[in-house]
Design a protein around this ligand. Structure first.
Ligand SMILES: [Zn+2]
Length: 128
């Protein structure tokens, strides 16, 4: 990962008041994604939104100023979009895509938070 992240600019972090430290670059498979906050973020139809996965820019954009807990699940939601797209599944869920990303984005941080041994196990590179 460090090798792939060598060329990533601004690969540092920002802190959410009352929350954790948000990485500004995340490696998704072999693709680094920048995370940035945008004031008054809007989707492709001009509607206010909390987060966007913008693959053509290699970015996840988060609306500036949302509560820390909401920003956390929003980032997870957008990462689910990125993972599904990378697996070639981004277009296969139709109207179920947003509920799927909501369900996984809401539950994944909780699962990792509630099970540190599982989190450590899943993050450990295995020998074989
Ligand atoms: Zn979404």
């Amino acid at each position: 990962m460090e090798k792939l992240m060598d060329g990533v600019k601004n690969a540092d972090e920002f802190t959410i008041p009352g929350g954790g430290v948000v990485p500004t670059a995340i490696l998704v498979g072999v693709t680094p994604l920048f995370v940035e906050r945008v004031k008054e973020l809007k989707d492709g139809e001009g509607q206010p939104c909390a987060g966007l996965y913008v693959p053509q820019e290699g970015k996840i954009k988060l609306d500036w100023g949302m509560p820390a807990s909401y920003e956390q699940v929003t980032l997870a939601h957008e990462l689910i979009h990125a993972l599904l797209a990378q697996a070639g599944l981004g277009d296969m869920f139709g109207n179920l895509l947003e509920p799927l990303c909501d369900a996984l984005g809401n539950s994944l941080p909780m699962l990792l938070r509630d099970n540190p041994a599982l989190r450590d196990y899943l993050a450990t590179p295995l020998q074989s």
